[in-house]
Design a protein around this ligand. Structure first.
Ligand SMILES: CCCCCCCCCC(=O)SCCNC(=O)CCNC(=O)[C@H](O)C(C)(C)COP(=O)(O)OP(=O)(O)OC[C@H]1O[C@@H](n2cnc3c(N)ncnc32)[C@H](O)[C@@H]1OP(=O)(O)O
Length: 195
């Protein structure tokens, strides 16, 4: 584990005095459907292999509700949702909540409590929100309900997202994907050459 950077383990909890988050002016408004993260996102885009999670903005303009229909292809145990896919659903839903408040951030740390098994055929409803933004750190939390919003709790999660700029993707994404989004080869190479 020699080269793995160590991070503090208690940093997923927002500071008590953090300011309440406000909706980003370019984010969709209350009642509107949120945008997919990316046309190939395995959480929310309409592509093969995606969980096809759909999300809508709540009345406060900041939190979101999300729908995930659990299908045969999502099994872990017999007839039951795979735990990693519940985490994927949370990552996507919490990652949608953060886009209501900040332009772009990536998951740095996530914690999930699995409370109830989720049978295939269930519609999971998730409520997700940003609890606080402190500098680059975006603290989020969410709940997944079986069958209906505010029904039986299937799981809960908290995640810390860290704000990133375009250079994060220019440096790390595949060049062909960046070019498909309109980035030039020169811009990509310059970002990769930067320290
Ligand atoms: C266009 C929108 C795209 C949105 C996509 C959302 C889709 C769904 C969510 C995803 O799937 S995101 C993909 C999965 N996540 C990643 O690939 C992230 C991989 N990790 C990184 O790229 C970097 O580690 C990261 C950008 C998160 C942080 O690196 P940096 O060098 O930019 O920041 P730095 O290490 O200086 O940390 C900044 C702060 O965050 C804190 N931090 C970073 N990682 C942490 C961690 N793991 N746990 C706790 N705290 C952490 C760190 O302590 C520090 O706190 P302070 O400001 O108080 O000093």
């Amino acid at each position: 584990m020699g080269n793995v950077r160590r991070v503090p383990t208690s940093t997923i909890e927002p500071p008590a005095d953090a300011e309440a988050p406000r909706r980003h002016p370019k984010a969709p408004g209350p009642g509107e459907r949120t945008r997919e993260h990316h046309s190939q996102c395995r959480g929310c885009a309409d592509v093969p292999g995606s969980l096809r999670i759909r999300s809508w903005v709540e009345d406060d303009g900041v939190s979101v509700r999300s729908r995930f229909d659990v299908l045969d292809e999502h099994q872990g145990g017999p007839g039951l949702l795979h735990g990693g896919l519940l985490m994927t659903a949370f990552d996507d839903a919490l990652g949608t909540a953060h886009t209501q408040v900040v332009r772009a951030a990536v998951t740095a740390r996530m914690e999930t409590d699995f409370r109830r098994p989720v049978p295939v055929g269930t519609t999971l409803w998730l409520r997700s929100r940003v609890d606080a933004v402190v500098g680059r750190k975006v603290y989020t939390s969410g709940v997944a309900y079986l069958g209906e919003l505010d029904g039986e709790v299937a799981g809960t999660a908290r995640a810390l997202f860290v704000k990133v700029g375009a250079e994060h993707f220019l440096k790390h994404s595949r060049p062909e994907d960046l070019e498909a989004l309109g980035a030039s080869r020169e811009v990509i190479e310059a970002a990769r050459a930067a320290p």
